[in-house]
Design a protein around this ligand. Structure first.
Ligand SMILES: [Zn+2]
Length: 369
């Protein structure tokens, strides 16, 4: 995969060239920021200049346009670029990369383990170390909030499929200079939950974020709606007052006039209710969520099996994961409750439990994992 860093071009320019290279299109750089491009077969062009011949002249710099009157400006938000971005998204819905260039022989692993992990009162020894590919999946969700206005946003979230929990350092695992299409070195896969299960976890997490965002927007919306309803009610109150004034002035044919006023009052009341209902309807917030894209990143990590020994205790075992990207031990799920922790206790019977499992965990339940 071509490196994206160290490229003097704008991200949009770099995207266009990669897009054309990958999809079978052709580009020719006429001068800096001006290109002749032939789009891949089947790409439908938005109508406009230059779309007849199949070759387009594109300028990324608006100042180049006077010199190239046939050129189209390529910038975010133009129909052409929207179309290309959309097409790239459709083509790249799901991808898989391998993370490369990691040091799988960390210096002094045992001491680093002992520094980050405690299993009281035991001593930690390394039994085995295996390098495996650990899958992590980045999901990009698009959400739209629709009410009297529309707002869209893209929310990314990554899940570690080995432990089934969120990956916080999303940017680091997506470093384009470290992702490759082929594994190096080839490694066996670590145990992992399915992509489907990972998606469910990601979706659950995103829904919680969206609920929080929606609550804020909902509150603002209902405040705005209340203000508008207040104004509306004032308007109709004024109208009713005016009808009452007319009543005082009316003299001749009083009965007929009273009938007309009653009809008018009723019509006003109906109109008021209708308009309030309309306002409430418009102020309802709808949120919509869809998965745009996902990327699976297979990252080499070390699965380290440790034994923990203490006098008068049966020997315990624990699997821990060394992440060579962050150079840390990942928080270890408690063998009893599954809660991630760095502090454990070894029972007499050889079971390793977290602090919250300690009192009831003695002689405890069978391991979940
Ligand atoms: Zn526990």
């Amino acid at each position: 995969m071509e490196s994206l860093t160290g490229d003097h071009r704008s991200p949009l320019e770099a995207f266009l060239k990669q897009y054309l290279d990958q999809t079978g299109g052709v580009w020719d750089e006429i001068e800096p920021q001006v290109y002749d491009v032939a789009l891949p077969d089947g790409t439908e062009l938005p109508t406009g200049r230059g779309s007849g011949s199949g070759v387009l002249r594109l300028a990324f710099d608006p100042e180049a346009l006077p010199e190239h009157p046939s050129a189209q400006l390529a910038s975010f938000g133009t129909p052409l670029v929207d179309r290309l971005l959309n097409d790239a998204l459709q083509r790249g819905r799901a991808g898989q990369f391998f993370f490369i260039g990691l040091n799988l022989q960390p210096h002094d692993l045992l001491n680093r383990l002992r520094r980050s992990l405690t299993v009281a009162p035991a001593t930690i020894q390394i039994k085995t170390v295996r390098a495996l590919h650990f899958p992590q999946v980045a999901f990009w969700f698009q959400t739209a909030f629709v009410s009297d206005q529309k707002e869209q946003m893209v929310l990314p979230l990554a899940i570690d499929l080995h432990y089934g929990r969120e990956v916080r350092h999303l940017e680091q695992i997506l470093d384009p200079t470290r992702l490759a299409e082929h594994a190096s070195p080839a490694l066996p896969p670590a145990r992992a939950i399915s992509l489907q299960a990972g998606y469910q976890l990601a979706r659950g997490q995103i829904l919680r974020s969206i609920a929080a965002l929606a609550n804020n927007r909902g509150r603002e919306l209902s405040e705005r709606c209340d203000v508008q309803i207040g104004r509306l009610q004032q308007y109709y109150a004024d109208m009713r007052l005016e009808l009452d004034e007319q009543k005082k002035r009316a003299t001749a044919n009083a009965e007929e006039a009273a009938g007309r006023r009653a009809e008018r009052q009723a019509a006003l009341a109906r109109e008021e209710q209708l308009r309030i209902a309309e306002l409430r309807q418009k102020s309802q917030l709808q949120a919509d969520l869809r998965l745009l894209q996902l990327l699976r990143v297979e990252q080499p990590k070390l699965l380290v099996q440790i034994s923990v020994t203490a006098a008068d205790h049966a020997t315990g075992r624990l699997d821990v994961v060394w992440d060579p990207l962050l150079e840390t031990i990942e928080a270890v799920p408690c063998p009893v409750c599954g809660k991630p922790s760095y502090e454990f206790t070894l029972n007499k019977s050889g079971q390793v439990v977290c602090d919250s499992c300690k009192p009831s965990g003695v002689g405890g339940k069978p391991s979940k994992r």
